[in-house]
Design a protein around this ligand. Structure first.
Ligand code: PLP
Length: 376
């Protein structure tokens, strides 16, 4: 059996080596390392793929979130609501811009922002909501957009973990996640569902005026060369990374399908086990793209399972071990423990198993057998 990896980028690369190498060679041959034709081509291809009017490439997903918030003109003191159970980048940029982060609890089933908690957190100072499509599953965008409309709030989708996932609205219409809110941010970090071979990110929006603003902000606030109209940043997707992404984007749907198939096999092996809650998804649907495959281990020794799997050379991880409201950098006297019952429980129960596009049946069987052996 091939060695099991949390994310197997090497086996994936082997299958697309020729196109990736040719893409990179083209950049080396033309020396257009910054803003080369590959960047523009990728922007267009991603706009077509998503059905988004504008894609603005940038240096990484964290920058993408920050630039989206700058582009919306959020001001110090404005409150921005986001989920307590996510990667820290989301709350980090809110704090960095001197906006006021307001963390709220999540739903037990979806692990995404709780609509009830979100409603309760809205004040006259609230200006934006940042739903995170955690682990590849779309947040409840119908409800979030409705609340945003009612209270005149911006919605900034953190789409770093869910590129390619569809969201099906109550009326049956489907849209790619990241094209529903006012603006969205994504990451092309190597292990993400669409990853380059370094850092990369992008912002999406359907709003022409906002897109124009964002294009200036990523480039030092310049709309005309050497005329700086607003305070901007330097945040670029380089041509080599764009070349890699041009080679990989055509495979994204297939990659996400491979992830869903692996998740279905895991789910089948764990079905109805008294100590395991599997992630729920419609196997015919396309709402979940399994950036992570995350179980809840209930009434059993989650940490013992982690150690046991690692002792059998099965990589696994706790995403995320500490709620953001308990992190030193984000402590706030307004937060009360009783406002975060779900996050506080999830950090004790979750475990993420290997998930990538190259998992083999033999590996999945070894992993599921090992989990079941430990839990009996
Ligand atoms: C990865 C990630 C980011 C940040 O992306 P980088 O490219 O690493 O800066 C932001 N939010 C979430 C939810 C992520 O998973």
């Amino acid at each position: 059996m091939k060695k099991i990896q949390m994310v197997d980028l090497k086996s994936q690369y082997e299958k697309i080596k020729d196109t990736v190498n040719a893409s990179i060679q083209e950049v080396l041959d033309t020396n257009a390392y910054i803003n080369g034709p590959q960047v523009h081509a990728f922007q267009k291809s991603l706009e077509d793929y998503l059905g988004a009017k504008h894609v603005i490439p940038c240096a990484n997903g964290t920058d993408a979130l920050q630039i989206a918030m700058m582009g919306l003109g959020l001001k110090p003191g404005d409150e921005v609501i986001t989920a307590d159970f996510t990667f820290a980048a989301t709350v980090e940029v809110i704090a960095l811009l001197q906006l006021t982060p307001v963390l709220v609890d999540v739903d037990m089933d979806s692990m995404n922002i709780s609509i009830e908690a979100l409603k309760k957190a809205i004040t006259p100072k609230t200006k934006a909501i940042v739903p995170v499509h955690l682990f590849g599953l779309a947040a409840n965008m119908d409800a979030i957009m409705e609340i945003a409309k009612e209270h005149n709030l911006y919605v900034i989708e953190d789409n770093a973990q869910a590129i390619g996932a569809n969201y099906t609205s109550k009326d049956g219409s489907k849209k790619k996640v990241g094209t529903i809110g006012h603006v969205a941010a994504t990451s092309f970090f190597p292990s993400k569902n669409l990853g380059c071979y370094g850092d990369g990110g992008a912002i999406f929006t359907n709003d022409d005026a906002l897109a124009h603003t964002l294009r200036g902000i990523v480039n030092h606030g310049m709309y005309v060369r050497y005329h700086h109209d607003v305070v901007g940043v330097n945040s670029r997707l380089d041509s080599i990374q764009a070349g890699v992404l041009n080679a990989k984007l055509p495979h994204l749907d297939q990659y996400n399908k491979a992830r869903r198939e692996a998740a279905a096999k895991y789910n089948a092996a764990f079905a109805n086990h008294k100590n395991i809650v599997v992630p729920s998804f419609d196997s015919n649907g396309d709402d979940h793209v399994f950036h992570q495959y995350t179980l809840r281990i209930i009434n059993a020794d989650r940490n013992g399972l982690l150690d046991y799997l690692q002792s059998k050379q099965i990589p696994c991880a706790i995403y995320y071990p500490i709620p953001l409201h308990s992190q030193k950098a984000y402590l706030d006297a307004r937060y009360k423990e009783e406002d975060f019952p779900v996050t506080n429980q999830l950090v004790q129960e979750v475990i993420s198993l290997p998930m990538h596009t190259e998992l083999e049946d033999e590996q999945i069987k070894f992993i599921t057998d090992s989990v079941l052996e430990f839990l009996q």
